[in-house]
Design a protein around this ligand. Structure first.
Ligand code: ATP
Length: 247
């Protein structure tokens, strides 16, 4: 596609040299898009995100086939730090704030690859607080003592501090009450619309993901079994039966 920002082409991932987990996954995210990666527990959503952001090595996983392109350039093989500098950042499942740092210190760690100076970083911190007023209120609290929702906000805010073009967001709804899930997704939508950040988000909560995404891919057993516009997927009988019934 002409306006593709991120293109994943036929990637295969093997864990521990033998366990084939992704069996040729292809997808793309258009510039300015919110794309949902859906599927049951263990379908391969997290693995796909980690393959893109090159975070598989510490889990003894390896991309053994296929390619990943970002803005028309091959990015597979780049280190996670290089990817952050290019504008590709992942927010891992389970939030991953530094528990012993304050919320504000956590946000500032997100700026570690930047070279544009103190004032720009201070301005962005202020910007993040306008999207996440709750984080401003909690800015001097130790992150480990904030709520699950606040930690998810902190993790997204921290990613925003790197000035990303795309955020790979793993299971943002996990463990959060429905009202908070809505709040998080509303902010994702705002960041997309106002800051131009694209999102590839992995979600088991098909219902909420398809309300906020423009497009979705459904993974089963390491393969894409269906994809389409979010509205079309929401009205698809199989999707209704297998993925929307329970969430
Ligand atoms: P979840 O919602 O649980 O994260 P998922 O769709 O993101 O599910 P993955 O976490 O990508 O799925 O896992 C896909 C498959 O790979 C599962 O069968 C899982 O057991 C396996 N797997 C994940 N990590 C490893 C690992 N480090 N070593 C071996 N197998 C793994």
């Amino acid at each position: 596609a002409a306006n593709a920002l991120l293109v994943v082409n036929n990637i295969e991932v093997i864990y521990d040299h033998v366990i084939l987990v992704l069996k040729g996954v292809s997808l793309h995210v258009p510039a300015g898009g919110i794309v949902a990666l859906l599927g049951a527990n263990g379908a391969g959503k997290s693995t796909t995100l980690k393959a893109i952001s090159n975070l598989l090595r510490s889990e003894r996983g390896e991309v053994t086939k296929g390619s990943v392109n970002f803005e028309g350039q091959r990015i597979d093989g780049k280190t996670p730090d290089e990817l952050v500098q290019q504008g590709v950042i992942q927010v891992m499942e389970g939030r991953h704030c530094f528990e012993h740092l304050t919320v504000e210190e956590n946000l500032l760690t997100g700026a570690y690859t930047r070279k544009d100076g103190r004032q720009a970083i201070a301005d962005d911190l202020e910007l993040i607080y306008t999207y996440f007023p709750r984080l401003r209120e909690r800015r001097t609290s130790q992150a480990g003592y904030t709520s699950g929702g606040e930690q998810q906000m902190c993790a997204i805010g921290r990613a925003m501090m790197s000035r990303p073009k795309i955020i790979l967001l793993d299971e943002p709804s996990m463990g959060l009450a429905p009202q908070l899930v809505e709040q998080i997704f509303e902010i994702v939508k705002l960041l997309n619309e106002k800051e131009g950040v694209s999102f590839l988000l992995a979600e088991q909560n098909t219902n909420v993901a398809l309300r906020y995404a423009n497009y979705g891919y459904i993974l089963e057993n390491g393969r894409v079994v269906m994809d389409g516009e979010a509205d079309a997927l929401r009205n698809n009988e199989d999707v209704k039966e297998f993925y929307l019934g329970l969430s």
